[in-house]
Design a protein around this ligand. Structure first.
Ligand code: 5AD
Ligand code: SF4
Length: 351
């Protein structure tokens, strides 16, 4: 008997168990991460069924504005790291950010994601004013993705009208975290996530797949963190090597494994909002569509003005180049091919 046929029925039973909403142990998650590739379609199908049952067939859109590419951190994987002197830095003005938010609203998209590097130029006071202006002038739901801040800052952002916060834990391995994010601590990041949850933010976490030294065991721990945190949104994307970083030159061949982690995240967390990440679309022309058929239900088109967009160079070759209108038209065509439509509503997580 080959190892494949030995693992066959067992794996099918496990996938069925996950699809039906039974908890998976860490060992079972590891088994599904390691299973032979010919079982992947069954895993993706199960995740797609749970996505349909829990979230429906509509895709939620979030419009992203990358308003500053300054970053005070020096993460080894990221093009925005302060040690990258090749990047041309920018900060959008408050008026530019509000005008871009208006554009997102005019497309019928109800939520905006304000994203930046860790840039203390945007102090709590500046952020509070920005949040208040966007709320007053557009009524958009606001998601922040601006890194680690104090509890007091998070509280101020919430009081000003921000509703959601994205802060990926990046990796569950302390060793890899310490190596890749010099001067940062995984415990501090998790503390920020707990603070955000406690303050009532819809909170997003997530990881990168394909980091050096990452194992299936570590990926299983990533999935367990997502579950234990009871995160509302999960961003799961492949690591893509950036040539102007210390990790330049590493391979980017983790499409299949990223989709597997995403599918498992859907099966384990059930009713979370999971984007088909831009990084997946960068790795493969059909990457986002594949993710939407393996558990994802959210797409986050990039509305950063053209003059800045290419300078938000986290990793090379990012998808979504073009005007807002072009991006929307292309998405609508892509979605219709797989029988999905866009839902122009807020898309809070239903508990
Ligand atoms: N490849 C993929 N994703 C990356 N990020 C940063 N650098 C890379 C990279 N090289 C992601 C991280 C972070 C966000 C800013 O972008 O997950 O949360
Ligand atoms: Fe800065 Fe985030 Fe990039 Fe790290 S991953 S360098 S914190 S933007």
């Amino acid at each position: 008997m080959t190892s494949l046929s030995k693992s066959g029925p067992n794996i099918e039973i496990l996938i069925g168990k996950a699809r039906d909403g039974h908890d998976l142990s860490r060992e079972e998650i590891i088994q599904l991460l390691k299973m032979p590739e010919d079982h992947s379609p069954a895993l993706f199908k199960a995740a797609d069924a749970v996505r349909k049952e829990q979230m429906g067939d509509e895709i939620f859109l979030r419009g992203i504005i990358e308003f500053s590419n300054y970053c005070e951190r020096n993460c080894l994987y990221c093009g925005l790291r302060c040690g990258n002197s090749k990047i041309s830095r920018y900060r959008m003005t408050i008026d530019e950010i509000v005008a871009t938010a208006m554009q997102i609203k005019s497309m019928g998209i109800p939520t905006v994601v304000l994203q930046s590097g860790e840039d203390s130029f945007f102090s709590a006071e500046i952020m509070v004013n920005l949040i208040k202006r966007i709320r007053a002038e557009t009524g958009l739901i606001i998601t922040l993705s601006i890194g680690e801040r104090s509890l007091a800052d998070y509280q101020a952002f919430g009081q000003a009208g921000a509703n959601r916060y994205l802060l990926k834990h990046e990796t569950a391995s302390k060793d890899i975290y310490n190596y890749l994010r010099p001067g940062c601590k995984l415990e501090s990041r998790l503390q920020c996530l707990f603070n955000l949850k406690k303050l009532g933010f819809e909170t997003g976490t997530g990881n990168m797949v394909g980091l050096p030294g990452q194992t299936p065991e570590i990926l299983a721990d990533d999935l367990l963190i997502m579950k234990i945190l009871d995160a509302d949104m999960l961003g799961i994307g492949p690591f893509i090597a950036h040539p102007d970083t210390p990790l330049g030159g590493l391979d980017n061949d983790d499409l299949e494994l990223t989709l597997r982690v995403l599918a498992l995240a859907r099966l384990i967390t059930r009713n979370t909002n999971i984007p088909a990440t831009t990084a997946l679309g960068t790795l493969h022309p059909q990457g986002r569509i594949m993710a939407l058929q393996a558990g994802a239900n959210v797409v986050m088109p990039d509305f950063t003005p053209e003059i800045y967009k290419s300078r938000y160079d986290i990793y090379p070759g990012r998808a979504d180049i073009g005007s807002a209108k072009d991006i929307m038209t292309k998405l609508q065509i892509d979605f219709s091919f797989i029988g999905r439509t866009i839902l122009y509503s807020v898309g809070h997580r239903q508990k």
